[in-house]
Design a binder for this molecule. Structure first.
Ligand code: CDP
Length: 225
């Protein structure tokens, strides 16, 4: 049987992982899964329900009540939290400010990784996140580790949020990105780190087309096998 191709994209906050992942999925007709959206949706659920993060039994109970589903329209991924479309709400600051803390909880990660591995079992897919090449799909055929200058990353995210009508300052975003990077790289459970076999892609000075062409050149050898 032909083995499905998995492209794992990991890297720091706001460095264009999802832009590249969506473009790849569209070009190659792969499925795109935004694993960060899953952690964000769980965070939204915990915030709404004021889940006490110190009580592990409450966390486990809450996870049992969370049903996440993706549906894709025009290669944009939309996420449903218990049937409700929350794609916009999960990008807002209250979620961004709490997501890395919640993503560091072992039980949360175990539940998400299990769902992610199930999604990647039979389909060609691109998944982006922090631990995709190291933990979720250590056997992925292609692993990319993305990075970009922190100032450029903050400016990109600022433009994105402004375009969606959010009232945010550039400093606030810069701080949030720096703080999440710190939490993501230093946490105990599956910290963000480059897999030994991941290819580094620094897109500070690359256009979207250039980064797409670079990634395609790395994936092409695995197509039609
Ligand atoms: O879009 P951005 O790069 O800012 O972040 P994201 O991909 O939406 O992920 C939000 C947060 O979820 C990250 O800062 C991590 O704390 C967490 N995350 C994770 O721990 N593991 C993943 N595979 C994906 C995201």
């Amino acid at each position: 049987m032909k083995k499905n191709v998995v492209v794992a994209i990991d890297g720091y906050s706001s460095c264009g992982k999802s832009t590249l992942a969506k473009a790849l999925a569209k070009k190659l007709h792969f499925i795109y899964v935004d694993s960060g959206a899953m952690y964000r949706a769980v965070t939204l659920y915990f915030l709404r329900n004021q889940t006490d993060l110190h009580q592990h039994d409450l966390i486990i109970d809450a996870l049992d009540h969370i049903d996440l589903n993706f549906h894709s329209r025009d290669y944009q991924s939309h996420i449903l939290l218990n049937g409700e479309e929350v794609s916009d709400e999960i990008r807002q600051m209250p979620v961004s400010e709490n997501v890395s803390k919640i993503a560091s909880i072992k039980e949360v990660r175990q539940a998400m990784v299990k769902q992610q591995q199930k999604m990647g079992r039979s389909k060609n897919m691109v998944m982006d996140g922090r631990d995709i090449g190291t933990v979720v799909f250590p056997d992925a055929q292609v692993k990319l580790f993305m990075t970009a200058d922190p100032k450029i990353r903050a400016e990109r995210r600022y433009k994105e949020l402004k375009a969606n009508g959010e009232e945010v300052s550039l400093e606030e975003i810069f701080e949030n990105i720096a703080h999440r990077d710190y939490q993501d790289t230093t946490r105990q459970e599956s910290p963000l780190t480059r897999a030994d076999d991941a290819i580094i892609l620094d897109n500070t000075n690359l256009t979207e087309t250039e980064q797409l062409d670079f990634a395609i050149s790395k994936i092409e050898p695995y197509l039609n096998i």
